[in-house]
Design a binder for this molecule. Structure first.
Ligand code: PMP
Length: 396
């Protein structure tokens, strides 16, 4: 018999990203009787399935040879033109050639990690930040540091100090209705951050999947549109929250040299994003009124946000605190000192209700009393029932 040697070990970066215990508990929430405030799942009954079916139909009837063929890495020209026009209408002058279509905006974050980061490089993030971005930077071998953050986002003075001390490559931000906190950076804060990036030399990644889901307040200026940092800001966008996440369509808008590097990295990754999905999305944007669809979605989500906020005083233990987001999908809450949201999740799930504990969203030690509550997946009536269950589960 021949001897056998073990296959070589996994790369350190793969081995370092462990399974989370929260994931195991949340796996139990797939039961239909569970009312879940955990997942960031858009309301499925609000998908414009009929509009999308018609768009796929037209594309496959009228141009099947193109719609089913390989295409260029940069993306469907009609889709890029439509995204550029929407951005321009929203106050950020953009040409189609400035965009790269990606397979979900998650891929855009991955491409930026590949093209900007050497193993050992430092990345700065908000505290807390989007979990899958933390994973992405971790997998690239980066050292991820949290910038002290308040209700208005990262603290510009602390940011400047960290940049001088740690020489990071990039700062990753979700300036509108952040995941997980629902917070929005006001204009002044954006300007201060852009100035630090300009003065100290830093890439800014402006991740904006939620910007069009606004229920109150006024839109704030794009970081990518502020003159101080326009040459070093990458804007990342997505159709997941405005149309449907299953389409896996996102995009990035980056200065030329970086965008070219991302095109090459994407070629190596998946050649291009699905031709038929891109063509159908472009058809949808030409034939339908996305803004009218968005008006329907935001009206429903506003009602759901208000239902959650109205019920929280009764649902969470006395001494809890939470914010009132102007848009997006999430409310960020903090239980009274000494309570642990991860420990309490098991009890909550036994009562057929779920949320996500806040700890995994922190790059550093984290705050065990925090939790993220998504308000978009369920109807107001289900939200009220979920909160009644939460009140029973958390009665300590
Ligand atoms: N960025 C943020 C902040 C998100 O919350 C999400 C999805 N939850 C994404 C990016 C990725 O979205 P997608 O890949 O579906 O575009």
């Amino acid at each position: 018999m021949t001897t056998r040697a073990d296959a070589p070990a996994l790369a350190a970066r793969a081995a370092s990203v462990g399974a989370s215990p929260v994931r195991e508990i949340l796996a139990l929430t797939a039961r239909p009787e569970v009312i879940s405030f955990a997942g960031g799942l858009p309301a499925p009954e609000l998908f414009d399935a009929e509009g999308l079916r018609a768009a796929y139909d037209r594309v496959l009837t009228e141009r099947p040879q193109q719609a089913l063929q390989y295409t260029i890495t940069e993306g469907d020209p009609a889709l890029r033109a439509a995204v550029a026009a929407r951005l321009t209408a929203r106050g950020l002058a953009t040409g189609p050639e400035e965009l790269l279509v990606t397979t979900g905006s998650q891929q855009a974050i991955g491409l930026l990690a590949t093209t900007l980061l050497e193993p050992g490089d430092t990345v700065l993030v908000e505290d807390p930040s989007y979990l899958a971005a933390l994973q992405c930077f971790g997998l690239a071998g980066a050292r991820v540091l949290a910038v002290p953050t308040d209700e208005d986002g990262v603290d510009p003075a602390a940011l400047a100090e960290l940049v001088r001390a740690e020489r990071p490559k990039l700062l990753y931000l979700v300036p509108n209705f952040q995941n997980p906190t629902g917070r929005t950076m006001p204009a002044e804060r954006r300007r201060a951050v852009a100035e630090v990036a300009a003065r100290e030399g830093l890439w800014l990644v402006e991740d904006d999947p939620y910007g069009e889901l606004r229920y109150s307040g006024e839109p704030q200026p794009w970081l990518a549109g502020l003159p101080a940092a326009a040459d070093r800001t990458v804007l990342v966008g997505s159709f997941s929250k405005v149309l449907a996440p299953g389409l896996r369509l996102g995009w990035l808008r980056a200065p030329e040299a970086l965008r070219r590097a991302c095109v090459i990295a994407k070629q190596a990754g998946d050649l291009h994003t699905s031709t038929v999905d891109q063509a159908a999305a472009a058809r949808y944007l030409a034939d339908r009124d996305l803004d009218a669809h968005l008006a329907k979605v935001t009206a429903a989500y506003r009602e759901r946000r208000d239902a959650l906020l109205a019920g929280l005083p009764e649902a969470l233990p006395a001494g809890s605190a939470w914010n009132r987001p102007d848009g997006g999908m999430f409310v960020w809450a903090r239980l009274p000192e000494g309570l642990d949201a991860t420990e309490l999740l098991r009890t909550a799930v036994e009562h057929d209700v779920a949320y996500v504990p806040g700890t995994p969203f922190f790059a550093g030690p984290g705050d065990p009393a925090t939790m993220r509550l998504s308000f978009v997946t369920h109807t107001p009536e289900e939200i009220r029932e979920g909160l009644r269950r939460l009140a029973v589960a958390l009665k300590i």
